[in-house]
Design a protein around this ligand. Structure first.
Ligand SMILES: Nc1ncnc2c1ncn2[C@@H]1O[C@H](COP(=O)(O)OP(=O)(O)O)[C@@H](O)[C@H]1O
Ligand SMILES: N[C@@H](CCOP(=O)(O)O)C(=O)O
Length: 331
């Protein structure tokens, strides 16, 4: 089931494309997938970043010409933006410090906890890869995106970047700096509740104590193994039953206003599981029944409107493709 990645730097010489625009799309992702803290990740449909850029030989730094569609303000300084940090890492590694990137970023990730910074990091890495004529292997792209993501998120973890890069469900080991695409999976219907308030991953990581109870750690380990078994067997019902996080969620949910309320309403409307997406504040309700997913979405939309809770409701499924080359949009 686990798919091997291509090794580091390929031996084929590559030729950079100069002054030619290329576009890439990198999907949003759910870090942790509940119990798999820092180790499991899932790419999702309908949300992601599109990056368009070109290389030229010039003095100075890389440039971000525009960031559109962002729901919160993002850095346009290339040394602070995950897209350009990842791209620069690969451009330097390939031996082209004199080639400078000019990029525009169309954000399509409308909240915290959906791997937004990771989607841009993966997009930046893939853009550099394509503009350089694909000299790198998957592990280099993963490394570039992870280095970039770690500069903003308060830790080195690969769950979001591996899912966004490879698509489907990924398994990662940040200590060994390795990640794998575990597989694609159909038959799951996701409903996201996306608060309109920023919760930085670095802040949400501080809510977790350094020591955690052994029984809860064992529970999370068992559920993580159960999730992968469900993917291996292609069993959405088992996946729904295993999607519970007794380890990290109890600490983090205190940072998320209306969490208990929204969980109760989602479950009453038919959700089979309810977890924090990534580090929050986005939450995810899950079902294996498409009709139930529609009911959950409609019920939640009415509920948040009635209670005036500033939360966006979005339906989605698993994106099995991961980061990809796309046609350049008309800017
Ligand atoms: N291209 C980018 N997209 C999103 N966030 C970015 C980007 N570049 C830098 N950042 C920074 O990353 C931080 C958000 O990342 P993080 O806390 O990991 O949350 P998220 O779950 O949204 O990825 C913010 O400080 C933001 O300014
Ligand atoms: N494993 C990380 C995942 C962070 O995801 P994000 O989408 O919130 O950046 C964590 O749980 O801290």
């Amino acid at each position: 089931m686990v798919e091997q990645l291509s090794p580091s730097v390929r031996s084929i010489p590559s030729t950079p494309l100069v002054e030619k625009s290329v576009s890439v799309y990198a999907p949003a992702s759910v870090g942790n997938i509940g119990p798999g803290f820092d180790t499991l990740g899932m790419a999702v449909t309908g949300m992601g970043d599109t990056l368009t850029g070109f290389l030229e030989k010039r003095e100075g730094a890389d440039r971000i010409t525009s960031i559109s569609g962002a729901w919160t303000s993002l850095p346009t300084d290339p040394s602070q933006n995950t897209a350009t940090i990842a791209a620069r890492y690969l451009l330097d590694k390939a031996g082209y410090p004199d080639l400078k990137l000019t990029v525009s970023i169309q954000k399509g990730v409308p909240g915290s906890g959906l791997g937004s910074s990771a989607a841009s990091a993966v997009g930046g890495a893939m853009l550099a890869q394509l503009l350089l004529g694909s000299p790198f292997g998957d592990s280099d792209l993963l490394d570039a995106a992870a280095q970039s993501e770690s500069s903003v998120s308060g830790g080195y973890f690969l769950d979001n970047v591996s899912a966004s890069l490879f698509g489907g469900i990924s398994v990662s080991n940040s200590r060994l700096r390795e990640a794998f695409r575990f597989g694609g999976f159909s038959g799951l219907f996701l409903v996201f509740l996306i608060p309109r308030a920023l919760l930085k991953t670095s802040e949400s990581r501080k809510a977790i104590p350094p020591d955690v109870p052994l029984d809860r750690a064992i529970g999370a380990l068992a559920n993580s193994a159960g999730l992968l078994t469900a993917v291996h067997l292609g069993n959405p019902d088992l996946f729904c039953r295993m999607l519970q996080d007794p380890l990290i969620q109890p600490y983090r949910k205190k940072l998320i206003p209306f969490f208990d309320d929204l969980e109760k309403v989602s479950r009453e409307a038919g959700a089979r599981s309810f977890i924090i997406s990534g580090a929050g504040s986005t939450m995810m309700a899950l079902t294996d029944n498409p009709q139930d997913a529609r009911t959950i979405q409609e019920t939640l939309e009415k509920y948040v409107q009635y209670k005036q809770i500033p939360v966006l409701v979005r339906s989605s499924t698993i994106d099995s493709e991961g980061a990809r080359h796309v046609a350049t949009p008309h800017l």
